[in-house]
Design a protein around this ligand. Sequence first.
Ligand SMILES: Cc1cc2nc3c(=O)[nH]c(=O)nc-3n(C[C@H](O)[C@H](O)[C@H](O)COP(=O)(O)OP(=O)(O)OC[C@H]3O[C@@H](n4cnc5c(N)ncnc54)[C@H](O)[C@@H]3O)c2cc1C
Length: 438
Amino acid sequence: MNTQKLDLLGVGIGPFNLSIAALASTKSALSTLFLERKKEFAWHPGLLLNDAKMQTSYLKDLVTGIDPTNPYSFLNYLVEQHKLYPFIASGQSVISRLEFSHYLSWAAHSLANTRFDQNVQSIEFDGDLFSIETDNQCYQSKHLVVGTGMQPQVPAFCEPHISNSCFHASELALRKPNLSGKRVAIIGGGQTGADVFQHLFDNTFGEVKEINWISRRSNIEALDESCFTDQYFMPDYVDGFYQLAQQTKNSEVSRQKLTSDGITNDCLQGIYQRLYHDRFVLNKPSWWSIQPNRTLMSMAHSELGYKLHLEHGLTHDNTQINADVVILCTGYSRALPACLSELAKQIPLNPQGLPELCPDFSVKWPGASRNHIYMVNAGIHSHGIAEPQLSLATWRAAKILNHASGQNLYDIEPAEAVVDWGLNAIEQTEQRLAALGS
Ligand SMILES: Cc1cc2nc3c(=O)[nH]c(=O)nc-3n(C[C@H](O)[C@H](O)[C@H](O)COP(=O)(O)OP(=O)(O)OC[C@H]3O[C@@H](n4cnc5c(N)ncnc54)[C@H](O)[C@@H]3O)c2cc1C
């Protein structure tokens, strides 16, 4: 078996590593290869619901923010697919997730530096190079970039119930459940809960008998998508945020939750108008209920279905609902991927079991003077709320490529900012420290 040697090897091909692959593809400074365990590209396939929309602009694609002349832009995808003019005529400012997924798949399978059906099993370091083993290949690389995404999060007391009738929403479209005549409980009030509610309401999986939508949040809450909120998703803010004390960062990230975890206004309005029509125009008997301020505390199963025990966040009253099917829209969590377990013995981990990241997204570890391990979608508590989002993925990709190559391959200077955050950017802090030292 031939061992291919690379400068930078990527584990996982989601949009974030794909952005690095696309920007690297037009530069010869680094040899790169990105490995994906799936046989072909798929973007959250269990949630590719027909009418689900993107939360972000199509200009926040793999490359445009840094290099709009790169061939892997969304606009070039439209041109190559001969649909640019019909697209313009459609007047869409926000596109469907299905179309964005088609675009990502087109890029992933057109790039020469991607390889599928490569499940990375283990990564070891011999003091000089990383050795990467998949089920059927070995590779060596000077640097790594880990882009393995996040894992579906299921409350511990739900785990024993996971089955065809109780599952995480990330599996919905893959399981294709027949929900005809069923009482369904949707747990979780974020964008996924809203997408699932809307599609169940529209009978995408059969004519549902009853829907209970349960959310711990104090209302069905909107995405905060104002132009000033968008300033959090800009390089100057990320650079400044990085300098804050850890406790301050944590509280800022939780305060800014609705800037990425709220529900888009279009989606909310679409749902509300359906509800209005159903209740006040069609005068249908009650078959759905929206219950904010309720926390699912426990659940039990019998031949009559699931009993879900809820606690009210304001009154602390306990209530119970019954369901035949429970769909958990309970989010995602971060964990170190299994393929890093051997390497992790050499990496200092924080109390959450994750490595600390430098400003350039490289891991702080003893081998870092020569060999870098970059991580994407792993630094919300170091780099801020933009980390798990598409908005700055291409800027982060360029920053990683500049750092790994030791060259200024891409111009990553932040644009002049509209808001003065009063936060020192990294360069300013370095200048201040240098001045103090002189
Ligand atoms: C339903 C949904 C919709 C979203 N919509 C938006 C949006 O509109 N706008 C926005 O800004 N953000 C959105 N996000 C957030 C974010 O952009 C996405 O989650 C994005 O997919 C994150 O990309 P990623 O590359 O980190 O991970 P992923 O897309 O999860 O990709 C990781 C890949 O790594 C592979 N992998 C894992 N382990 C291995 C291994 N050992 N070997 C090989 N391959 C491996 C996996 O198979 C997977 O393909 C959305 C998230 C979800 C869940």
